[in-house]
Design a protein around this ligand. Structure first.
Ligand SMILES: [Zn+2]
Length: 502
């Protein structure tokens, strides 16, 4: 995409090693899609910005957030809880067998992905970006698609053509499995994202033991959840791997969460992921609040606000070995930025307490994708269209003429999903493959137990597709949180963060 150089004025939070914050700063993003400088407003501009649009954001500028764990195909769905289960689940292989799981989660997710793949993809990407996310993991079964709104961590090659991230939702079993991924990590230096010991059952510790036995505990391992691991396990784990923390989902399903302070103290890097919307936050700004609640209520405030914010910025960039690509605001890195309102003196507290309405602007590679109508106009965003986020007006760019795959407007996304929900069978018959320019995007939910679900006409007749999950942490979401899940009331505290959201 042709990029116009941009200059953003505001408070700049660099996440550099020295934690530099520039109270009245200027961030320069060049036509090469990279940050040219993050400096005081009054300092001389780098070359090439003579005609660049200048955005007076009046806000605080952060690196775009990196969601290191998700399953995006499910994020059209709202929170799910079994109506009959009375005590927390102990293992992740239990809840997919619940009677309500298939009709409430598996079938609707499969149906929408199948009959409205592109609209589903655009909806869930939009949901992430309005919470400041610019890179997301969890798209294993989205075919290679030219026209992503946000960075897809598994497919991102930074135009080198070389994928550097592997993942498995499935549990590794055979020696060959372990060897394949160990070689990927050790020989190819690929990152490996792997669900580890998800649940609370002591038997799940075996999954860590198996990695250890196969020599897979190294600095390229990105282990998701690790909720069943206790002090002895973290003590025995070589330092330098990454643990991905999804506290909402952990508490919702299992009634407890990862010992992240212990993980941090024994030398593991901690990152945040939202997991998926049936048991998680809607976006990373939401998950930061859950991390904050857990930090205050369960860990005595052991993490600083800056450390929590690094879990969504510099830590995931380092975990992926993308420290020279993303995660900080520094010359040479890609121009992925999030601008929020400034409400707090402390810039990290300001990010933790930011809600969707505080998100003023999001750019990826310096390209303006989302923001207030005035900032999007100032940035000369092309093909921007209105989007209603809660009670606020924003602009979003979903159509990029250079990419035939990116041909669906937000208005069409909503229309397509409404049509699919309203009469799935007719929608499937009438609109199958009807995209005017692009290919048909066929997404698939990638959890192993949801594979191979036939979404035939019978299913479409018999399964009512639920309402789409709202884009924001709205009143209905907060009410659901207070009524359900196994968090013991801990997540009720979320309401206090959203009380400004009239
Ligand atoms: Zn997961």
């Amino acid at each position: 995409m042709p990029i116009t150089p941009l200059v953003l004025y505001g408070r700049i939070v660099t996440f550099d090693a020295d934690s530099r914050v520039i109270d009245d700063g200027a961030l320069y993003i060049g036509a090469d899609e990279r940050i040219a400088a993050a400096q005081e407003r009054g300092a001389p501009a780098p070359a090439g910005f003579g005609d660049a649009p200048e955005l007076e954001t009046g806000g605080t500028i952060y690196p775009g957030l990196i969601d290191l764990h998700n399953h995006i195909a499910y994020n059209t769905l709202s929170l799910w809880a079994s109506p009959t289960r009375t005590k927390p689940w102990e293992r992740r292989d239990q809840w997919p067998d619940d009677d309500s799981y298939k009709p409430r989660v598996s079938l609707p997710a499969n149906a929408l992905c199948k009959i409205a793949g592109e609209a589903t993809l655009k909806y869930v990407e939009t949901k992430a970006v309005i919470g400041g996310t610019t890179a997301i993991q969890g798209s294993a079964k989205v075919p290679k698609y030219n026209g992503w709104l946000i960075r897809n961590i598994e497919q991102e090659t930074f135009q080198t053509g070389e994928v550097s991230v592997r993942q498995s939702v499935r549990k590794l079993a055979s020696d060959e499995d372990f060897k394949r991924y160990r070689d990927a990590m050790v020989i190819d230096k690929h990152s490996f994202i792997y669900h580890l010991s998800e649940g609370t059952a002591a038997s799940l510790i075996n999954e860590l033991t198996a990695l250890q036995t196969h020599d897979c505990l190294n600095e390229r391992l990105i282990a998701v959840h690790c909720t069943a691991l206790g002090d002895p396990e973290f003590d025995a784990w070589n330092p330098g791997s990454t643990v991905v923390w999804s506290p909402f989902s952990n508490l919702w399903l299992y009634g407890s969460t990862t010992a992240v302070r212990k993980a941090h103290d024994t030398g593991q890097r901690v990152c945040l992921g939202t997991d998926w919307s049936p048991s998680g936050s809607k976006n990373l700004l939401g998950e930061l609040k859950v991390a904050d609640i857990c930090n205050q209520r369960l860990m005595g405030g052991a993490f600083s606000d800056e450390e929590l914010c690094r879990m969504a910025t510099s830590n995931p960039a380092d975990a992926l070995a993308w420290h020279d690509r993303l995660g900080r605001l520094r010359a040479g890195l890609h121009g992925d930025v999030l601008v929020t309102t400034t409400r707090e003196d402390d810039p990290y507290r300001n990010l933790i307490t930011a809600i969707e309405r505080d998100v003023l602007f999001v750019a990826i590679n310096g390209y303006p994708f989302y923001g207030t109508p005035s900032l999007m106009r100032s940035a000369h965003a092309e093909h921007a269209e209105p989007i209603r986020v809660g009670s606020d007006r924003r602009s979003i760019v979903l159509v990029y003429p250079e990419y035939p795959d990116a041909d669906m407007t937000w208005a069409q996304v909503q229309d397509e999903l409404e049509s699919a929900r309203g009469d799935p069978k007719r929608h499937e018959q009438e609109r199958r493959g009807a995209r005017p320019r692009g290919r048909t995007v066929r997404m698939e939910p990638e959890k192993p137990w949801d594979e191979g679900v036939e979404v035939d006409e019978l299913t479409l007749d018999n399964v009512p597709l639920p309402e789409l999950d709202a884009l924001t942490h709205d009143k209905a979401f907060l009410r659901n949180v207070e009524r359900q899940g196994f968090h013991g009331g801990l997540l009720d505290d979320l309401r206090s963060y959203y009380s400004r959201d009239g």
